[in-house]
Structure formats: C-alpha cells, structure tokens
Write a new protein. Sequence first.
Length: 270
Amino acid sequence: MGLLDGKVAFITGAARGQGRSHAVRLAQEGADIIAIDICAQIDSVAYPMSTPDDLAETVKEVEALDRRIFAQQADVRDFDAVKAAFAAGSAEIGPVDIVLANAGIAPMGLEEDPRAWQDVVDVNMTGVYHTVEAAIPSLKERNAGAIVLTSSTAGNNGIGGATGGGLGYTASKHGVVGLMRSYANTLAPWNIRVNTVHPTGVNTPMVVNDIMQAFLESDPQMGQAMANALPVGMVEPVDISNAILFLVSDLGRYVTGVQLPVDAGFSNKK
C-alpha cells in the first residue's frame, strides 16, 4: 500500500530535474501521472533547457514502476495549451487529485538579456497561475485536492542579483507565495489545500551548468550569501519530492497555506 494509491498527479516541468523526481516519487507511492513540459529552449535562458528525450525518460521511469503516465509538450505560458493537456491527460488517466506547479526558469547570466524579466515572470508566476486555474474546475467538482507551488529561498529572501532575470526570478518566486496564500483561502471551502515549497540550491540541470556557475563565481559575495547553514552545498531533487509527498498525502491532510522550506537552514540565516 502506497500513500497515494488511486491518486492522479498533474505535474508541470516534469521532463527532468525536480519535476521528474516528483513524478517518480509520487509514482512510487501509487500515483498515476499527467506530465507536461515545454521541452524547448526559451531564448533568454542561456543554459540548455529540457528536450523531448528528457520527457520520454520521465515516462520510462514512471512506467518502470508499473504506474500509468500521460506526457505532453506544453508551455505553461500558454493557458489554452495547459488546459488542453490537463483535459487530455484526465481523459486518459483519470480525474486529478494533486497539482504540482513546478515549471520554472532561472535566466541569470553574465550578459543582460532585455527579455529575461518578462520571460521569467511569465513562466514562474503566470505559468503557476495557469496551472492552478486549469485544474480548479475539476478539483472543485471532486470537492478535494492538494496543490503545491514551487517557490524558492528567493521567495523568502532578497537574493538573485541585480539583472532583469535575477530580479524577475526573485519577484516571481515571491509572487508565487501570494498566489498560494490567496488560493489557500479561496479554495478551502472545497477541501482543496494549497502550499508552497522553498528549496535552496538543488542538484538539477537548472542549477548545475556552466552558465549558472559563472554567474555565481562572478560575485564572491553572492556565492557567500547563497551558502546554507547545514554543511551541504545543494540538496537533491528527492529531498523536495519527499516534502511534497508529505504535503499532498494524508500525512499533511490539515496543512494548508504554509511555506515549507527545504533549504538546509538557508533562510534561517537571514
């Protein structure tokens, strides 16, 4: 018996990194998965983004656990595309119980890109809004649901640098908290719980790449400011997945409206 037997989870940004980890971890506990990802490059993002092959690997790993998965390329900036993928996945896999608005970008780099601010706000905040709005009618109809929005330590602290991409990242991750708090109140009458997770640096391709490394090394003070309290440089994706598992399962059945840091003590230092 798993903690999520009979449940269906809708996960954005599921092709790799945290999103793939969430899909696999929830599948290990019995959930079936509806997975979407852009699987394409956004021009203002300097590091390589996900590919269709990445999404296919997520499918392979979930199916290896004998769970069902529906996967489709969709851009969270496009509300119609998100709604269509949600509807198609629900028709094939079943009604959704869990929503993980995980898709995000970090267009930080040594070169300023004038498109970065808008792109990161569109993906990291408006994309979260689109994800939740696509799911709300179905969750209300079922009179139950658990939603987790992925924020960041940058959603609790003024970090990220002074570029448009860095400022937009921090602003969007703070904005996600506002969305969570509002949704937690407005959706509570339908037994729908909404929370945020706030990871420190996570060992994923969004963080572990030459572009991000050069960005952090360009400002030693920023590197020091990004240090965790516990003696660990980064956490693993599964550490975030385990926190999400608590929030979306009956273990956290009365937890709503909270900001859950999984940050090795990062925010406690501030």
